[in-house]
Design a protein around this ligand. Structure first.
Ligand code: ZN
Length: 212
């Protein structure tokens, strides 16, 4: 049974699957977008190539949502809420293989002190040094990318680690087509870091030192 049939059968156990169905993976989609078309007896799913490395269960979930949209007669694209839901849950299925000993040690410290060890370790990498972005969390690959400048001050690294792990924990709010990452809840949590004000100052010093 193909995963399309699997998804169909789970969704409509009383119906026969009578389509000529296939999945086409392509680079034309942005991030994790997908769509489905039905012409004649042909049921064709178009999925972003990124879906290829996602676990089968989550892909079946995607196919089910697309089928619900299609056979329910609604708009034949994956709606934004579903898209966000998938993105928020994708980190579960992503392969955690990329790490760095300095970042791993920082992660252990911060996770134990501030999250009771409950955050699952994301991919942790040092990327390019940058003034505008000291670090960023990418939901779709469950990866935090840190500027190498943070190696200069491991306390500040911990503070930035805390900020990025809060993104992983709190995710984002979606309203009127916009995503909100630094919500009031986020800012309140951020202030719970020990000596937060001092850390903010040291963070500024670090970046100005680098560029003066
Ligand atoms: Zn942030």
């Amino acid at each position: 049974m193909t995963i399309i049939e699997e998804a169909f059968t789970r969704l409509y156990p009383d119906k026969d699957f009578r389509y000529d169905a296939k999945i086409k993976y392509s680079n034309h989609f942005k991030d994790y977008n997908a769509n489905v078309k039905l012409y004649g007896n042909n049921l064709e799913f178009g999925l972003s190539r990124k879906w290829k490395s996602v676990s089968q269960e989550i892909r079946i979930g995607l196919l089910k949502e697309l089928m619900l949209n299609l056979f329910g007669g609604k708009k034949i694209t994956m709606n934004i809420d579903l898209y966000n839901k998938f993105i928020k849950n994708l980190h579960i299925s992503i392969n955690k293989s990329i790490s760095d000993p300095i970042l791993e040690a920082s992660f252990e410290r911060v996770n134990n002190i501030y999250f009771n060890g409950l955050i699952e370790q994301p991919n942790l990498i040092f990327g390019k040094s940058s003034r505008s972005s000291l670090a960023s969390y990418e939901y779709s690959t469950d990866t935090i990318n840190f500027s190498i400048i943070l190696k200069k001050d491991l306390d500040v690294l911990d503070y930035v680690m805390y900020h990025e792990l809060l993104h992983k924990k709190l995710k984002f709010k979606h309203k009127n087509g916009k995503s909100f990452h630094h919500t009031a809840e986020f800012k309140k949590s951020e202030k719970q870091f020990e000596n937060q004000k001092e850390m903010e100052q040291r963070l500024k010093r670090l970046t100005s030192w680098r560029f003066c």
